[in-house]
Unconditional design. Structure first.
Length: 220
């Protein structure tokens, strides 16, 4: 097993990355295969000119929103590729794809695209995993659960200890004790499982330094 993105989960409760040139704490992840990086980012609302510029995250300025300004609020999204996967990192509290795939047509998963999203949902808990396996559907699960698909992703979640026993399975006392013991490491376990399933490794140093390209994405 790889710890290629376990660090994202480890720092999931570290708060805002505003003081950094890149990102570290509170990162949500969207990764996809069967779709190009530009195509995915355009679907999320990225500007074509910004994409063409390939501006490093450290050099991307987020404009201040003025009172009365009707333009949409925007957030940074850092992106890259690993193997056959495109990944998008956001640290504003959630993942744009998670907030929009059910209502924005361009974000709906196509039958030939697989998407795995881990969204921290800071503004609307709980934290969730969303998996569109490539058949046009999407399944959601809260942290501590699997998606119910019996998929290889679900198997990876079980293998890393990211699926907790339910009250129905073991009773309230045992479920509570398990959560108290293992709950603090749950985000790390979830990101480890997703990294194992996608064979995904993202360089923490490059992300923290803001070396990867980034675009501004409007909040949905």
């Amino acid at each position: 097993m790889s710890d290629g993105i376990a660090w994202i989960g480890t720092h999931s409760t570290a708060g805002s990355s505003a003081a950094l040139p890149g990102m570290l704490g509170g990162i949500s992840l969207t990764c996809a295969r069967g779709i190009g990086a530009d195509e995915l980012l355009i679907a999320l609302g990225a500007d074509l000119d910004e994409l063409a510029d390939r501006t490093p995250c450290r050099d991307l300025l987020v404009p201040a929103r003025r009172p009365g300004d009707r333009s949409p609020h925007v957030n940074r999204a850092m992106y890259g590729t690993c193997g056959e996967w495109v990944y998008v990192l956001e640290d504003w509290g959630t993942a744009t794809w998670a907030t929009g795939y059910q209502k924005v047509e361009s974000m709906r998963p196509a039958p030939d695209e697989e998407i795995v999203c881990v969204t921290l949902n800071a503004w609307s808990p709980p934290q969730r995993i969303i998996h569109a396996p490539g058949d046009g559907s999407a399944r959601q699960a809260e942290f501590g659960q699997d998606t119910g698909q019996g998929s290889a992703l679900d198997a990876a979640l079980h293998a890393t200890g990211a699926v907790f026993p339910s009250i129905a399975e073991v009773g309230e006392a045992a479920a509570t004790a398990h959560f108290e013991e293992h709950g603090p490491r749950l985000p790390e376990s979830v990101f480890t499982a997703v990294g194992d399933y996608c064979d995904l490794s993202i360089d923490r140093t490059a992300v923290e330094a803001g070396d990867l390209p980034a675009v501004l994405i409007p909040m949905i």
